[in-house]
Each structure stands twice: as structure tokens, then as C-alpha cells.
Design a protein around this ligand. Structure first.
Ligand code: NAD
Length: 490
């Protein structure tokens, strides 16, 4: 594939997409969107006002009541979602380029992972509308003259708020089940990465979803808060940082909106003494450096046996150093920039705080002196579980490594975190792996593999990594309400 120049990537308009139309919010201030690889301005989006959010919610409410959506036969809903997937697949290269320009991620990965995964998510969830149904029930204390059943009804208009690290994938993780359930949508992408969501909305429109089913409102936390506070929204599905998740939770307490929260992580990679290091080393390196470490379930805390510790770290550092650093749109780039100047400053400051508190730098540790927000793959070593680099989510290409002597200490060391999103275990002894999997407090445990979410497998966090699960059948408990109907027959 020839390298597309930045200027050759066609971006959708920097406007809200409401009720099937591009709409400016003329009252709104503008937010600059920059290419993280060059710092060049690529667009300016509105910080949409509560009035624009209200227009989007009203359009979604009308669409929810519209018989063209509400009464659409389930197989027709399935067909619509498949058509949406077909269009995303047909425009895959363009979407991969938009994502790489906007986010900085290597086009090699957005083309191989982000876009095909998003298509797969839509196809998986397209199969669900015909399988979502209530139950026929036999009452326990009332007599047989009662006929009882449950209905599973879409909750209504859902507010979907996503971060910048996987703008397309994380939006589709929410859009696909919401549409399959029959909800209507107000989506707010992150202010740093608005364009794949806008292109998705265009494709949904082209697929034939009734106007107002899928709306996109642009803006930052101010706009996000207006969505959270809008009384016409029945449910918020949020992916982002733990502090913002907590703020949303306190806001929805006012009207008891349904809410699911996919939040931060500080996931362990545990290498057991018998592990095959030829699998564990590249696995541990990919788990922390892919997407420049901006993955919520990245394996950012490494635990390796002391006797192989240096060998493991040299191996991981070697894999990191082999990743070609560059702009996402260059076809051979394997490690792009982090998302923004602010994020680069935050990663460097947290790294420095860890070093000041006693962590040592095994490799990397520098921001590259070139335009763009590039940080070297970095390994810090600490045996202090209170070190801030061990405790805090850095959300950059930084691994904190800790040696261990006694395998019996591992579960407690891995669980010594406020987070509980995921864990990676490397071993050849299956019973040890499954024993440890039961002890680790995390929503997903990978054994001898890494970074492989699947639409059929529930994903979400223990502890401060969130509430609820995305994916699989579990996700529908958040997009459907259960209604019990009891009738006296005689
Ligand atoms: P963030 O919380 O700052 O922002 C996330 C989204 O929320 C953005 O769209 C932002 O505009 C919006 N927002 C900000 N303040 C808001 C408010 N008061 N009300 C409503 N919306 C608001 O997070 P970020 O920095 O964009 O993303 C990185 C974080 O996301 C990391 O902590 C990462 O671990 C987490 N994350 C979690 C998962 C998961 O599945 N658990 C996946 C990806 C990222």
C-alpha cells in the first residue's frame, strides 16, 4: 500500500451529525484537533453546548418512538447491522487512515486490527436481535390460573462516551450491542479523535438506519457532562479514566440513569518460573508497548522470577527497540506517538515521579526530540509496591518491572493495585495457571497470550476498573430492561 500523505486522508466534516444531517453548533467554542505525529492542526470541532446535546437527544427520542425503527422486524434489524458492517468493510482502508492520522496509531495495526475487529463486532452483534427474548415463568406462590412471562425491552436513548486510544473499536463495542438491542444513540467521541465516529455515522446513514437512530455530538468533558445530565438519556455507557468515571457516577445518582463504566487499569504480566520465555518475552513486550502503551488492559506491571529477571528485561527491551518509531501513516511504523502534548507531559511526569521515588531506568526513559509526541519504550525497575510508577496508570509505553523469589507471593503482589481490569500469565504448567487465574482479581485473565479481546467474551473490570461488562451476552443486561407480565387467565 503506498504511503498516504496526511493531506490525502479525507476527513468527514468537523460537525455534529444529528438526525441524519451535518449540523454546526454556532454557539460553541472550537477545540483544535492535531495530528499527534506532526502536531499539525487537522481540524477544529465544536465544544457542543447543552442546546446541541438537547437536539441530538430529541432526535434520538423521536427515532426511538418511530415505528420504522421500533417495529422493525428483528431479521430486518439484523440485516441493517450487517449492511453497516459491509460498508465499514468496503471503506476499510479509508477508515484505517482516518484512525491513524487522528490517533497516531500505526496504519499497519489500524488496518489489520481496529477496522477488521470493528467489522467483526458489528457482525457478531448483528446475530443477536433474534436471540434476545424473555422467558415464560411459572409463579411460585400464585396458582396455575396465572400466565407469566418477561419481556426484554430496549432502555431507550443511550449516551455513549468513549476515549481516544481506540476511538473506532471502543465506539463500536457500544454501538453494536445498543443497535442490536433496539436502542437509539448519542455518541460522543473524545475531543482528540472525533473523525472515525463521524465517518461511522455517515456509513450507518448510508446503510439505511432511520434518521436519528445514530447521532454524534462533538466536544470535550463539558459536552460529555451535558449528555450525562440530560434527562432524556436512559443509560450512559462510558469508557475512560477512573476519575471521570467516578464523576459520572455521582452525576447519575441524581436521576438513577443506568450506567456502565469501563475505566483504567494497571494490569500485571506474571511470568512463572517454568514459562517458555520465547513466548513470554515477546508477549510481555507487546502487552505493554503496542499502541504506545495506550491500552486500558496493557500489561504494565511485570513480575518475573529473580533468576531470569535480567534476561527477561533484556528480551523485552530488545523487542521494544526493534519497533520502528514513526508517524502512524507510514506503512512500516510499529510504534506511534502518544495522543497529545498533555499526555506526553503526563507520562513523562509520572515516570519522573517513579524515578524520584527510587525506581531505576533499565531502558528508554526519554521523549524523542522531534516534532510529535513520541516517547521511547521504557522499562523501570522497582521492588517498592508504593512507588507511584507501580501504582498509577501512566497510559504510555512504560513497563514497571519487579522480580520475585517465591511463587506463593505472586497473587498478592499482582492484586496489590486499586485496579482489576486484566492479567497475563505465562507458564507451561496448566494447573498453576488456572490456580493463579482464580486468585487474581481481574475481569480478564490471559494465559500464554495477550491483547486478544473477542466480541463473544465479556470484558470489564474488578475494583476501580469499572462496573459492568462489555461484549458477549452479558452486555445486553445494560441495554435492555426486563419487564414481568402477569395475567389471570380465567
Ligand atoms: P477521560 O476520562 O479523560 O475521557 C474519556 C471520555 O470522557 C472523553 O470522550 C472525554 O471527553 C469524556 N469526558 C471527560 N470528562 C467528562 C465528564 N465530566 N462527563 C462526561 N464525559 C467526560 O479518559 P481519556 O484520557 O480520554 O482515556 C484514557 C483512559 O481511558 C485511561 O484511564 C484508560 O485506561 C481508559 N480506558 C478504559 C478502557 C476499558 O475498557 N476499561 C478502554 C480504553 C481506555
Amino acid at each position: 500500500m503506498p504511503m498516504p500523505a496526511q493531506a490525502a486522508v479525507r476527513l468527514p466534516p468537523s460537525l455534529n451529525f444529528i438526525n441524519g444531517d451535518w449540523q454546526d453548533d454556532t454557539a460553541a467554542e472550537r477545540i483544535e484537533v492535531r495530528d499527534p505525529a506532526t502536531e499539525a492542526l487537522i481540524g477544529q470541532i465544536p465544544r457542543s453546548t447543552p442546546a446541541a446535546v438537547d437536539r441530538a437527544v430529541k432526535a434520538a427520542q423521536a427515532a426511538f418512538e418511530n415505528p420504522a425503527w421500533r417495529d422493525l422486524p428483528l431479521l430486518a434489524r439484523e440485516r441493517l447491522i450487517h449492511r453497516f458492517a459491509d460498508l465499514l468493510e468496503a471503506n476499510a482502508q479509508e477508515m484505517a487512515q482516518i484512525e491513524s492520522l487522528d490517533n497516531g496509531k500505526p496504519v499497519m495495526f489500524s488496518g489489520m486490527l481496529d477496522v477488521p475487529y470493528s467489522v467483526a463486532w458489528l457482525r457478531y452483534f448483528a446475530g443477536w436481535p433474534t436471540k434476545l427474548h424473555g422467558k415464560s415463568l411459572t409463579p411460585a406462590i400464585h396458582g396455575p390460573e396465572h400466565h407469566c412471562y418477561t419481556l426484554r425491552e430496549p432502555v431507550g436513548v443511550v449516551g455513549l462516551i468513549v476515549p481516544w486510544n481506540f476511538p473506532l473499536v471502543l465506539a463500536v463495542w457500544k454501538i453494536a450491542p445498543a443497535l442490536a438491542a433496539g436502542c437509539t444513540i448519542v455518541l460522543k467521541p473524545a475531543e482528540q479523535t472525533p473523525y472515525s465516529a463521524l465517518r461511522l455515522a455517515q456509513l450507518a446513514d448510508e446503510a439505511g438506519f432511520p434518521k436519528g437512530v445514530f447521532n454524534v455530538v462533538l466536544g470535550d468533558g463539558v459536552t460529555g457532562q451535558a449528555i450525562v445530565d440530560h434527562p432524556g438519556i436512559a443509560k450512559i455507557s462510558f469508557t475512560g479514566s477512573t476519575p471521570v468515571g467516578k464523576r459520572i457516577l455521582s452525576s447519575v445518582a441524581r436521576d438513577l440513569k443506568r450506567v456502565t463504566l469501563e475505566l483504567g487499569g494497571k494490569s500485571p504480566t506474571v511470568i512463572l518460573p517454568d514459562a517458555d520465555l520465547s513466548t513470554a518475552i515477546p508477549g510481555a513486550a507487546q502487552a505493554v508497548f503496542v499502541n504506545s502503551g495506550q491500552i486500558c488492559f496493557a500489561g504494565t506491571r511485570l513480575f518475573a522470577p529473580r533468576k531470569v529477571f535480567d534476561q527477561v528485561l533484556e528480551g523485552i527491551a530488545g523487542v521494544g527497540a526493534s519497533f520502528k518509531i514513526g508517524a502512524g501513516l507510514e506503512p512500516d511504523t510499529m510504534l506511534g506517538p502518544v495522543i497529545s502534548e498533555r499526555q506526553a507531559d503526563s507520562v513523562m511526569a509520572k515516570m519522573q515521579a517513579g524515578i524520584k521515588a527510587g525506581a531505576t531506568v533499565f531502558s528508554g526513559g526519554q521523549r524523542l526530540s522531534r516534532p510529535g509526541y513520541f516517547i521511547e519504550p521504557t522499562i523501570l525497575v522497582t521492588e517498592d509496591a508504593q512507588n507511584p510508577a507501580f501504582r498509577e496508570e501512566l497510559f504510555g509505553p512504560v513497563l514497571t518491572a519487579t522480580p520475585y523469589d517465591d511463587i506463593d507471593d505472586i497473587a498478592a503482589m499482582a492484586n496489590d493495585s486499586d485496579y482489576g481490569l486484566a492479567a497475563h500469565i505465562y507458564t507451561r504448567e496448566l494447573s498453576a495457571a488456572h490456580r493463579l487465574a482464580r486468585k487474581i482479581q481481574a475481569g480478564t485473565i490471559w494465559i500464554n497470550t495477550q491483547l486478544a479481546p473477542d466480541p463473544a467474551i465479556p470484558f470489564g473490570g474488578f475494583k476501580q476498573s469499572g462496573w459492568g461488562r462489555e461484549n458477549g451476552e452479558d452486555v445486553f443486561s445494560h441495554y435492555l430492561e426486563s419487564k414481568s407480565v402477569i395475567a389471570k387467565i380465567s
